[in-house]
Design a protein around this ligand. Structure first.
Ligand code: AMP
Ligand code: AMP
Length: 239
């Protein structure tokens, strides 16, 4: 019979501990729910192309729901055996076209963008949702956040060459949602900083907004931020 000396016991103990840690290692800690302002996506050097289904409404649109770790890193492309299957969201397509439109060029129907988001981010939270559930969770978070309504209630409406402080924009959203968002800006064709993306933190069940455990690394804003009109924006095809 094997004699259990101190060293063997220690090695056995360390091995069992590491197996235990590996087994409970979390898939991720929380989500960033990221929405974008189409007016700012389009009014940039890159420009945009409207979806084949037409120009989206003047509202925020979904970029993605991204699993993250509290240390500031994030998993990506977690399960190549579960690729995007458009048949699983075919009855959601018109809702997705409305709330999660593609603005990349050339014009598309959205499937490429949704495929990218599911495969890069959604597959890293398979313990929470399947593909259909991923898109449903994001749609329901968008409704809950109602960013346009939150800004509107604070008197902040889309307009060109009208400027707001970061405090005004953050307060408007914080007052409506309960938690401070992270705001990312880009630069318009006249060189002004404009509200581009809004990051909100969501608990690991993908249903409730929470205080952000860590801030993302998006491009920060100055203190003079434009919330440009989208109705007056043109796509590359129109320029
Ligand atoms: P950026 O370089 O910030 O424009 O980000 C480009 C892409 O990197 C995003 O569209 C995301 O797919 C990914 N990314 C950046 N930061 C994060 C994050 N904290 N969590 C998940 N994905 C991220
Ligand atoms: P990240 O990798 O999400 O998840 O997203 C980065 C990719 O998504 C980049 O290729 C972006 O250009 C693209 N992207 C971001 N917003 C949109 C949008 N509204 N429509 C199409 N592609 C987008």
């Amino acid at each position: 019979m094997m004699k259990l000396n101190g060293r063997t016991l220690l090695v056995t103990f360390l091995f069992t501990q590491s197996v235990a840690i590996l087994t409970v290692a979390k898939e991720f800690d929380f989500f960033y729910f990221v929405q974008q302002w189409p007016g700012s996506y389009c009014d940039s050097r890159r420009g945009c192309c409207y979806p084949k289904t037409g120009k989206p409404a003047e509202d925020f649109s979904i970029h993605g729901l991204w699993p993250n770790y509290v240390d500031g890193t994030y998993p990506s492309n977690c399960d190549s055996s579960n690729p995007f299957d458009d048949s699983k969201v075919s009855d959601l397509e018109s809702v997705l076209q409305e709330h999660w439109p593609t603005l990349a060029c050339p014009s598309g129907d959205g499937l490429k963008f949704w495929r990218h988001e599911w495969e890069k981010h959604g597959t890293c939270a398979e313990s929470v949702f399947d593909e259909r559930g991923y898109f449903e969770a994001a749609l329901s978070l968008k409704k809950k956040a109602n960013l346009l309504g939150a800004l509107e209630n604070a008197g902040i409406r889309p307009a060109d060459e009208k400027f707001h402080t970061m405090g005004q924009i953050k307060d408007a959203i914080t007052n409506a949602v309960g938690y401070e968002p992270f705001i990312e800006c880009n630069v318009d064709s006249s060189g002004y900083h404009q509200l581009y993306q809004v990051y909100q933190c969501v608990d690991a069940s993908a249903s409730n907004f929470i205080k952000c455990p860590v801030l993302p690394h998006g491009r920060a804003c100055g203190n003079k931020v434009e919330f440009p009109s989208f109705s007056s924006t043109m796509s590359r095809d129109e320029l």
